[in-house]
Design a protein around this ligand. Structure first.
Ligand SMILES: Cc1cc2nc3c(=O)[nH]c(=O)nc-3n(C[C@H](O)[C@H](O)[C@H](O)COP(=O)(O)O)c2cc1C
Length: 185
């Protein structure tokens, strides 16, 4: 795929079915992720790849999270969290592991992981797959980190739901760059 077309026309999809990327294709996706800008090369990003039975494991964790954290613990809410991981056949959990380093605050390390996420979405698009980056209550908190078994310095910055788009073709709106760009020359 043309690189500029990928950058300007990539879109997310919330309707994702199999097939998912092969092992070889996923290796390319991770290579793209690990080429993200990274101040002092601290390698803060870590990924948990979830598919197959792993989705059930994640579903159980989401249910536990809901039971521990939601103010509304009604059956409907719990079932909503139980179903969440099944919205796609593959999920990559985006983890940022903060390393103490002078001049590189945690926000920069999380931004590096965010760049990795975008690179993965672009790599997936180039390979004819699609994805959707989601956060919600299941990100940026110690409770979900503990339930996922993360270390004290690790936080979840989101989830890439991944598969093949089975939704309608998205109409890409072309923004007027004048609305967003100030030029000094
Ligand atoms: C950090 C981040 C968190 C997001 N969290 C959610 C989310 O929890 N739920 C959701 O529906 N979309 C979420 N989105 C938006 C979608 O990933 C997607 O960008 C949006 O639906 C627009 O689609 P597009 O990428 O095709 O323009 C998030 C995006 C970002 C960058």
């Amino acid at each position: 795929m043309d690189a500029i077309k990928n950058l300007t026309e990539r879109s997310s999809s919330g309707r994702l079915d199999p097939p998912i990327p092969s092992r070889e294709e996923l290796e390319l996706v991770y290579r793209a992720a690990l080429r993200a800008p990274d101040h002092k090369n601290l390698k803060p990003s870590r990924f948990i790849e979830v598919s197959g039975d792993g989705l059930t494991k994640l579903s159980n964790i989401f249910v536990e999270f809901a039971k521990q954290n939601l103010s509304d613990k009604g059956e409907e809410q719990i079932e909503k969290y139980q179903r969440m991981p099944y919205r796609s056949p593959l999920i990559i959990i985006l983890v940022s592991a903060f390393k103490q380093e002078k001049g590189v605050p945690e926000i920069e390390q999380m931004m590096s992981t965010a760049c990795s996420a975008q690179s993965m979405l672009l790599a997936l698009n180039a390979l004819n797959y699609s994805g959707m980056w989601r956060t919600g209550k299941l990100s940026f908190n110690r409770s979900i980190s503990n339930l996922l078994g993360l270390a004290d310095n690790e936080s979840v910055i989101g989830y890439l739901y991944i598969g093949t788009n089975v939704g309608p073709e998205k109409k890409i709106e072309i923004p007027n760059s004048n609305d967003f760009v100030e030029i000094w020359d």
